[in-house]
Design a protein around this ligand. Structure first.
Ligand code: PMP
Length: 454
């Protein structure tokens, strides 16, 4: 266990439990029993491990929330954060700039594909998505075509919790009870595992591309402003669309002047062994990329919306003096940007992208072994992203299955945290994970599946 740094006047653990239960509304809390839920308190972390309040060491399968790329307990990032906080903790992005923000914008522009050279900093993934969607609206207003506003999104996509980001989120439960922008059209599930029996993956790809073409024909391209897509639908269950899908859908969007927004909040910053997956993994150059999470390895909250030169030129050419009225008090926050710069420096120096590419085949070989388990329906993933989906009996609804929670519970007893999503368990460990640690993770998973089956 790493040495504990003393926190003076630390309240008693029982008080923390009570205060958290009585006053802290967590994301996705169940309204009918939120005062009864006791959340596990993580006290310390190092590398790929976290320690819970009882002092038990656990492998952090989800890497925080798909974000702790370089692992926990990194003193270099902590020191960069402290240094910047002492030098200058805040700078208004309206009245001036700051060195870390300027340098980070330049670094991101260098890493991003093609002409994606303009960076608007946000507070996280949702606000990056919101910015991307508002930019599409703004552009079409500027171009004098205010009717081109419908956004195409996909079933099972997850894009965040601000109003617009939640509106384009295609997870069914998100659509109930909360209001949402109605100008969104969802394309059906792209998951190859869900294709009709006997259909080839190539035919499935054709069908999914046709879904987009049909939606455009039905709605009319003059009414569609943007298409938003995660390269891999992560919260939807690590759904990898069929080969060729991204390239073909991007071409269709280009043909109809529909902005293509690639949401790389999870897939960016090394998760698939590259800074961005769009170009290097899937061979596309989107109009806008959103990123967050791995940008700082979770050490500070930060997101970015990266815009193409073409968008910026078209906005400029509109020729009036309209203002880009989007931005946050914490846009380009110097401490968050300093954390991101140090994170990128460490990832480059320690060759983290190369490491991901090197260990991924082993990760997927071990993942593939789980496919033969009698209670497993599908395993899938890419890079350091994985998902195990339960085989469900006829008539059982995916969303009513507790398989993910059950697998997580038994694996936690054996030292591994997973992220349960109904009938699935997903994992995206810190990118520094070694081959031996990958083996340890999959050994626990295999035993966990046996226990759930029993
Ligand atoms: N987009 C994607 C693809 C995500 O996975 C998430 C978060 N899981 C978001 C956007 C929202 O990011 P945030 O929670 O930082 O607002």
């Amino acid at each position: 266990r790493p040495p504990k740094t003393a926190r003076p006047n630390t309240p008693a653990p029982e008080d923390l439990t009570t205060w958290d239960r009585d006053h802290h509304l967590h994301p996705w809390a169940a309204v009918d029993h939120w005062r009864e839920t006791e959340y596990e308190r993580i006290e310390q972390a190092e590398g790929i491990h976290v320690w819970n309040a009882e002092g038990r060491r656990l492998i952090d399968g989800p890497g925080g929330m798909w974000c702790v790329q370089i692992g926990y307990g990194n003193r270099e990032i902590a020191e960069a954060i402290a240094e910047q906080a002492v030098r200058m903790p805040y700078a208004s992005p309206w009245s001036g700039t700051n060195a870390p923000a300027a340098e980070l914008a330049h670094r991101i522009a260098e890493m991003a594909p093609g002409d994606l050279n303009t960076v608007h900093f946000t507070t996280g993934g949702s606000t990056a998505v919101d910015t991307a969607l508002r930019t599409a609206q703004f552009l079409n207003n500027q171009l004098g075509r205010p009717e081109k506003k419908i956004i195409l999104a996909r079933e099972k996509g997850y894009h965040g919790s601000t109003y617009l980001a939640a509106s384009v989120t295609g997870k069914e439960r998100f659509r109930t009870r909360f209001d949402r922008d109605a100008r969104v059209h969802f394309l059906p599930d792209v998951n190859p595992y869900r294709r009709p029996e006997g259909m080839s993956v190539e035919d499935w790809c054709d069908a999914k591309v046709a879904d987009l073409e049909n939606a455009i024909a039905e709605i009319g391209p003059e009414r569609i402003g943007a298409f938003i897509a995660e390269p891999i639908l992560c919260s939807g269950g690590v759904i990898v669309p069929p080969e060729g899908y991204h390239r073909r859908t991007l071409e269709i969007c280009r043909r109809h002047d529909i902005l293509y927004i690639s949401d790389e909040v999870v897939t960016g910053f090394g998760r698939l062994g590259h800074w961005f997956a769009s170009e290097e993994v899937f061979g596309i150059k989107p109009d806008i990329i959103t990123c967050a999470k791995g940008l700082t390895s979770g050490y500070q909250p930060l997101g970015a919306c990266i815009l193409s030169d073409e968008i910026m030129d078209r906005l400029a050419a509109a020729g009036d003096s309209s203002v880009f009225y989007n931005g946050y008090t914490y846009s380009g926050h110097p401490v968050a940007c300093a954390a991101a710069l140090k994170n990128i420096e460490i990832m480059e120096r320690d060759r983290i992208l190369e490491h991901v590419r090197e260990v991924s085949p082993h990760f997927h070989a071990r993942l593939a072994e789980l496919a033969d388990h009698p209670i497993v329906g599908d395993v899938r993933g890419m890079g350091l992203l994985g998902c195990v989906e339960a085989r469900l009996g006829a008539g059982t609804l995916e969303e009513d299955s507790r398989f993910g929670e059950e697998l997580d519970a038994v694996c936690e007893e054996m030292g591994l945290i997973l992220r349960p999503i109904f009938n699935m368990a997903v994992f995206s460990p810190p990118l520094i994970i070694s081959k031996a640690q990958i083996d340890e993770m999959f050994d626990i998973l295999a035993r966990g599946l046996d226990r759930v089956a029993a």
